[in-house]
Design a protein around this ligand. Structure first.
Ligand code: SF4
Length: 372
């Protein structure tokens, strides 16, 4: 399986914690970018992909007509797609837009909710009201979109265990098919980075953050969502196929500024300069990109790290078939340490994170990347 990712980088406003490749929306620039994107797509040799994902930025700064034209263009070269997802900002999306997206070929809507608490929404620099989220979900249900997903953020300054529980219960009450929960990461160069430097006490420490994560796991489990990845929960049959492909170390092709690809063992990331991207595509030059060929231990370490993030974990027979190595033997020292620390469960077929391991997933999974 392989996937296509399309980066649509414009946003109606810029959130103070955001480190993505994004720019404030300007119609003239968004049109120039769309032309460049179309050209990049047209000049890429065709291959078959089964998922398509529009991420951002805020993809719904483009109209459903423009999204439909992009889906047509991409389907001709890489489709047909089984799953077509689009990220949307709930304060930009009109009531009838979900049905227009459905007509355009989208079957999965990922709503950037982040919080249902007005103060936290303001802290995050977002502008929607909780009622906007309910309106978008109702529109998507009426349109009979196949899957509705919500993104939520925990460890927001000012958040409490109670307010996080309220966000979770209000989200669950809207009955989405899929919920992603992410701990806030404070990235260098963002206003939140400066804020934390000035006022570290406003931010969560690891222990307090872990209790928020634990609350999410408990509440989502009780509501019937299965945790199929460290940050992702879904009702049966609503796992995100596009993201599962990433965690299964499958191939993907990214289009647009800052987009990443993984093809033939080579990981590449396009330039994060908008001007450089547009200029390169329009002049027919290669898009400036960083490239890295993953070989041997780097390749298998990355595969182990990604697989361990999922509920399925590393399946030894599959690992051997795909990478030609005996997982248990090759990683024996790492596995021994992680088991002794109660972070990894190993049976005769698979290795998986323990519940404790989930809370330290980045460190546990990262141990396989640094082992060589
Ligand atoms: S809407 Fe999303 S991509 Fe845009 S600035 Fe906010 S967090 Fe970043």
């Amino acid at each position: 399986m392989s996937g296509i990712y399309v980066h649509l980088p414009f946003c109606p406003y810029i959130c103070p914690y955001c480190d993505f490749a994004k720019w404030p929306y300007r119609r003239s620039m968004a049109e120039l970018y769309l032309r460049a994107l179309e050209r990049e797509i047209d000049e890429t040799p065709p291959f078959r992909a089964s998922t398509l994902y529009f991420g951002g930025g805020t993809p719904n700064t483009y109209s459903s007509r423009e999204i439909a034209a992009l889906i047509d263009r991409l389907s001709t070269r890489f489709g047909p797609f089984d799953e077509v997802s689009i990220e949307v900002n709930p304060d930009l999306i009109a009531g009838d837009e979900p049905s227009e997206y459905l007509r355009a070929g989208v079957n999965r809507l990922s709503i950037g909710v982040q919080s249902m608490i007005p103060d936290e929404i303001r802290t995050l620099g977002r502008r929607h009201a909780p009622t906007d989220v309910a309106r978008v979900v109702a529109g998507a249900r009426a349109a009979r979109l196949q899957s509705i997903s919500m993104d939520l953020i925990f460890a927001v300054p000012g958040q409490t265990l109670e307010s996080w529980s309220q966000t979770l219960s209000q989200a669950i009450a809207l009955n989405p098919d899929h919920i992603s929960v992410y701990g806030l990461t404070v990235e260098e160069g963002t206003p939140f980075w400066e804020w934390r430097a000035r006022e570290p006490a406003a931010f969560f420490d690891d222990v307090a953050e872990a209790s928020l994560y634990e609350r999410a796991i408990e509440m989502l489990d009780r509501a019937g969502y299965q945790q199929y990845e460290v940050s992702n929960f879904a009702r049966m049959g609503h796992e995100c196929a596009h993201n599962l492909n990433y965690w299964q170390n499958g191939e993907y092709m990214g289009f647009g500024v800052g987009a990443a690809s993984f093809l033939d063992g080579v990981r590449s990331v396009h330039t994060r300069s908008l001007a450089e991207y547009i200029e390169a595509v329009e002049s027919g030059r290669e898009i400036p990109s960083q490239r890295e060929t993953l070989k041997d231990a780097a390749r298998t370490g990355e595969a182990a790290m990604l697989a361990l993030r999922t509920r399925r974990g590393v399946h030894f027979a599959d690992f051997k078939e795909r990478y030609g190595i005996d997982f248990l033997q090759f990683y024996a020292p790492v596995i021994g340490d992680l088991r002794a620390a109660g972070l990894l469960d190993v049976d005769d077929q698979t290795a998986r994170l323990t519940k404790r391991g989930l809370f330290l997933a980045n460190d546990v999974c990262g141990a396989f990347v640094t082992f060589a």
